[in-house]
Design a protein around this ligand. Structure first.
Ligand code: MG
Length: 155
């Protein structure tokens, strides 16, 4: 068994889509980044790579590389899963938390789980995604950005 942890933050800005776990969430602001800035999927990929001892997403998908400009992070997640399978690892379970003041994410969580399960080619029952606010405190509370944590267990 191997455990991994991932953490990511992206800044909220106007005129960008808000994409979380592969799901486009209607909102007045979106996340800024070189890729689609899907902060949840990035935290998940870092947890997976960490558990497998394969470094981090910055090493595998550098943000200086034009081929990753505005790329759908679900495609990157598929590549990460292929790397894990090459090494003989399977996902036991994954638990993630989104930190966002707005918008209210609860209605979108089941769709995120479905989308992530498809990208990872695992049962949705192995994936848990939660969302919380930080009570108006700090950069997520002040709606400057959204953060995500993830822990994953491989065998
Ligand atoms: Mg990121």
């Amino acid at each position: 068994m191997r455990i991994g942890h991932g953490y990511d933050v992206h800044r909220l800005v106007p005129e960008r889509k808000l994409i979380l776990g592969g799901v486009t969430v209607p909102h007045t602001l979106g996340l800024l980044g070189h890729s689609d800035a899907d902060v949840l999927t990035h935290a998940i990929m870092d947890a997976l790579l960490g558990a497998a001892g394969l470094g981090d997403i910055g090493q595998h998908f550098p943000d200086t590389d034009e081929q990753f400009h505005n790329i759908d992070s679900q495609l990157l997640l598929r590549q990460v899963m292929a790397l894990l399978r090459e090494k003989g690892y399977q996902v036991v379970n994954l638990d993630a938390t989104l930190l966002a003041q707005k918008p209210r994410l609860a209605p979108y969580l089941p769709q995120m789980v479905e989308t992530l399960a498809q990208s990872m080619d695992i049962e949705p029952e192995r994936i848990n995604v939660k969302a919380t606010t930080e009570e108006g405190l700090g950069f997520t509370g002040q709606e400057q950005g959204i953060a995500a944590h993830c822990v994953v267990l491989l065998n």
